[in-house]
Design a protein around this ligand. Structure first.
Ligand code: SF4
Length: 122
């Protein structure tokens, strides 16, 4: 995976799912704030209580907020898509919402494009 915290936790949290993503990391990885510290914030340990998860995720997001490559990281996580952990300041659930919005918007754009109207009429 891209950043060491994720890497260090991937074995405990989601071993097989995260390994392929690391190979697809971009050059932005070298500037990731989470390479240096805050290991343990980005992925849930097993059986983490909800309150602890929320607090951990907020702490991870605070790290992301001061990361110079947050935009690149977020886009990477959306494009993969990364199914677990906090990436680019977004939790997995938040990324699913963003992706659903993007898909909806793409469908709306396709439906409203002149080509689609011609195809529908023809
Ligand atoms: S945005 Fe967050 S998860 Fe992504 S590289 Fe930066 S600190 Fe790590």
């Amino acid at each position: 995976m891209l950043h060491p915290p994720h890497q260090s936790l991937q074995v405990a949290a989601v071993p097989s799912q995260r390994a392929p993503a690391r190979e697809q990391a971009g050059p932005w990885h070298s500037e990731a704030v989470c390479r240096r510290d805050e290991a343990g914030l980005f992925f849930a340990p097993s059986k983490e209580p909800t309150a602890a998860r929320l607090a951990r995720e907020e702490a991870a997001k605070r790290v992301c907020a001061r990361c110079p490559v947050m935009v690149e990281c977020r886009e990477h996580a959306l494009l993969q898509p990364e199914p677990y952990g906090v990436w680019g300041g977004l939790t997995a659930a938040e990324r699913r919402v963003v992706l659903a919005r993007r898909r909806r918007r793409e469908m709306e754009l396709k439906a409203s494009s002149p080509g689609s109207r011609i195809a529908a009429a023809g």
